[in-house]
Design a protein around this ligand. Sequence first.
Ligand code: ATP
Ligand code: MG
Ligand code: FE
Length: 341
Amino acid sequence: ALILGIESSCDETAAALVTSERAILAQHIASQDDAHRPYGGVVPEIAARAHAERLAPLIAATLADAGLTLNDVDAIAATAGPGLIGGVMVGLVTGKALAMATGKPLIAVNHLEGHALSPRLADPALRFPYALLLVSGGHCQILRVDGVGQYRRMATTIDDALGEAFDKTAKILGLGYPGGPRVEKLAREGDAKAVPLPRPLIGSAEPHFSFAGLKSAVLRAKDSGHYRDADIAASFQQAAIDCVIDRLKRALATMDGVTALVVAGGVAANQAMRHALEHLAAAHDLPFIAPPLQLCTDNAAMIAWAGVERHAQGQSDPLDFVARPRWPLDPEAAPVRGAGV
Ligand code: ATP
Ligand code: MG
Ligand code: FE
């Protein structure tokens, strides 16, 4: 099958054509970084407008690159949440319009399911069930992935997401937006042991993550004037990695029968994080699977792939499907204190 994927939940406008044989026939990603940079973060109204301006020509360009038309497509998969609702609506309405005009089925994709299944697009050998660390701009979760649509949340953040912590650290260090990759770059020149920073919840009996205290400590370290920025960046990154590894160890001890340790989401692009996870996986005799960097941050290939997986199960969605600003992968998961979902 051939699926057109549409992504517009944050600040990347993207379209992709992906086959069930895992071929990405064409894809375009228009980043809005320049539009949001003056504000130091994503401005929802600017994002929604930019998506509305760019999406249609981007889809046309994607089809043209592949030498295909909408007639060749088997279904249209559009992100239907969670995310900034204005942007989500632009992508979902576009997907609905194309589905209506062509008579092709619509697949309303959970953006997080796009991240969660993206490692299967990259690696045909990856089978269910797998342990997934989902670390992105809005989420920090450990999930047990038992199948398409079958996610059990083992842990989540009780305050900030990990990508958010990277972005805030970047802001504190004056590195600008988007922050994650810049913190990683600066961290390479620093000493990860130079700045004493807390590792919230390490060793705790509860399964969850917390990064708010770490962020405050980064701010205090910067304000003290005692440390080099590169040392702060390196120490922050190491503290974050230590937290992730500790929480994953705890979670893995409770997960039977998983076939791999998998990471997805924007922070999965971080090389130091990938190395630490690789070691952890090896210690647990599990293969470590991480998608290529361009599949970690937001893209439409992962949305198309989630469409491929759901289409293969005969699933589609009604044209009156409503966009969702919040949409947990595991609806059964108990709420935690703070903002985590
Ligand atoms: P969500 O998927 O939760 O809705 P999002 O779509 O905004 O959020 P992603 O695009 O998956 O998030 O990831 C973006 C986040 O990843 C940002 O917070 C960014 O700073 C972080 N990130 C990207 N590259 C790196 C990197 N190399 N190191 C650390 N963090 C990174
Ligand atoms: Mg982005
Ligand atoms: Fe994302």
